[in-house]
Write a protein that binds this ligand. Structure first.
Ligand code: SF4
Length: 339
C-alpha cells in the first residue's frame, strides 16, 4: 500500500519518524515533491483565502500526490508538550481537506495532543498500533516499526538542536552550524540569527532560498530551530506573560537571547502572512528590539506574492547597513517589511 505524506508544515519536524514507521510496516511512502511554482499556484487557487501562506502550500502538496497513493497521512497534531500547543491549523487541516475534497484517498488522521495531560506515552503507543493494524497483523512488526521510528526522530532532534557549549563555540566563530558562507568578495563576515518556522526555513521555495542569499552575502547563520531549548525557556521565564504557542516560544526566545547576548550582528525574522501566532510573537519581538536596539532586527512578512528580487534587495540593503553600522559604531531600529 502506498502512503502519501505532504512535504509541508509538520513534515519538517517529523519526517524521519513518519517515513520510518510506514516503511517498517511494509508500506511504500510517497512524499510530495519539493515546493514548486506549480504547487504554489494550485495551492493558491484552491485553498481558503483566509488561510496563512504555509497552510495554503499544504493544499498544493496534497494535490500533487493524491492520485498516486492509497492513503494520505495528515495527523491532527496538537502538541508534544504538557503546557504549550502547536497551531490550531495543524489539528483542523485533515478534516477541512476531507470536507472540501471528498474524493481524496482515505486520510489517516490520528489526533495527538499532550497539552493539559490529554495524551501520554500509552495513548501514543495505542494510536500507533491502531495505524499499524491497517498494514500488518503482526504485533512484533508494529512494535519494531514504532521503536525504529522513535529512534530516528530522537536522532533527528539530536542532530538539529545544539547545546549551550556548541552555541558558545559558534558565537566565538570556532565552528559552522550550517553551510559555510562564501568568502570570495573578501567582505567582513557577519553572523545572523535566522528565525522562523521550520516549514519556511527549510523549504527553499517558501523561503525564496534566503539561506543561499545569506551565504552569498558572506553571512554565517544559526536558525531558531537549532537553539538550545533551555536558553529559550530561560528567556521566556523572564517575561510576565505566558506565550502558549510552542514554536513561537522558540522564535521569540531566540530573538530575545540574541538581543540580550549581542553575539550576532543582526536578526532576520521571517513571518508568514496572516499567521496569528506569528503576529503575536512578531509584535513582542519588535517591542523588545526597540528597547534593546544594539542588535538590529529585520522582520520580513512572506506570502504567495513575495518575489525573490524584492527579497534579495531587502537582504542586501540590510547586510549593507549592518556592515556600515559596525564600522561606524551606530545602531538602527527594527524594520518590518511585507516583501
Ligand atoms: S503557526 Fe502560523 S504559519 Fe504555521 S500553520 Fe499556524 S497560522 Fe500558519
Amino acid at each position: 500500500m502506498r502512503v502519501g505524506i505532504p512535504r509541508a508544515l509538520m513534515y519538517y519536524k517529523f519526517a524521519d519518524m513518519w517515513v520510518t514507521f510506514f516503511q517498517e510496516l511494509g508500506a511504500e511512502v510517497i512524499i510530495s515533491p519539493k515546493t514548486t511554482k506549480k504547487i504554489k499556484q494550485e495551492a493558491v487557487n484552491i485553498a481558503p483565502n483566509e488561510d496563512c501562506y504555509s497552510t495554503k502550500l499544504y493544499y498544493g502538496h496534497v494535490m500533487a500526490i493524491k492520485d498516486q497513493v492509497d492513503y494520505l497521512f495528515i495527523p491532527r497534531y496538537g502538541a508534544s508538550d504538557k503546557r504549550y500547543v502547536g497551531c490550531p491549523k495543524f489539528i483542523g487541516l485533515a478534516e477541512v481537506l476531507r470536507s472540501m475534497f471528498p474524493n481524496l484517498p482515505p486520510i489517516i488522521m490520528p489526533h495527538y495532543n499532550t497539552a493539559k495531560g490529554r495524551d501520554g506515552k500509552l495513548s501514543f503507543f495505542f494510536k500507533a498500533m491502531k495505524i499499524g493494524s491497517m498494514f500488518t497483523k503482526n504485533p512484533f512488526k508494529k512494535i519494531r516499526a514504532l521503536r525504529l521510528a522513535l529512534k530516528k526522530h530522537n536522532q533527528h532532534k539530536k542532530d538539529l538542536v545544539i547545546d549551550e557549549k556548541t552555541l558558545y563555540k559558534w558565537e566565538q566563530s570556532e565552528l559552522f552550524l550550517n553551510d559555510p558562507p562564501n568568502s570570495n568578495h573578501g567582505k567582513r563576515q557577519l553572523k545572523i540569527a535566522l528565525v522562523g518556522h521550520s516549514y519556511v526555513l527549510n523549504d527553499p521555495y517558501a523561503s525564496l532560498d534566503i539561506r543561499t542569499i545569506l551565504k552569498e552575502q558572506e553571512v554565517d547563520i544559526i536558525t531558531s530551530e537549532q537553539m538550545p531549548r533551555e536558553l529559550i525557556e530561560k528567556q521566556m521565564d523572564k517575561q510576565n506573560f505566558q506565550l502558549y504557542f510552542y514554536y513561537e516560544r522558540e522564535i521569540l526566545g531566540t530573538i530575545m537571547h540574541f538581543l540580550e547576548s549581542k553575539t550576532v550582528d543582526g536578526i532576520i525574522h521571517i513571518m508568514v502572512f496572516s499567521c496569528g501566532p506569528d503576529s503575536i510573537a512578531g509584535e513582542m519581538a519588535a517591542r523588545f528590539s526597540n528597547r534593546n536596539p544594539a542588535v538590529p532586527l529585520l522582520q520580513l512578512v512572506f506570502d504567495e506574492l513575495t518575489a525573490e528580487t524584492g527579497l534579495k534587495t531587502r537582504i542586501e540593503a540590510f547586510i549593507d547597513m549592518l556592515r556600515r553600522s559596525i564600522d561606524a559604531q551606530i545602531t538602527f531600529q527594527t524594520t518590518k517589511v511585507h516583501v
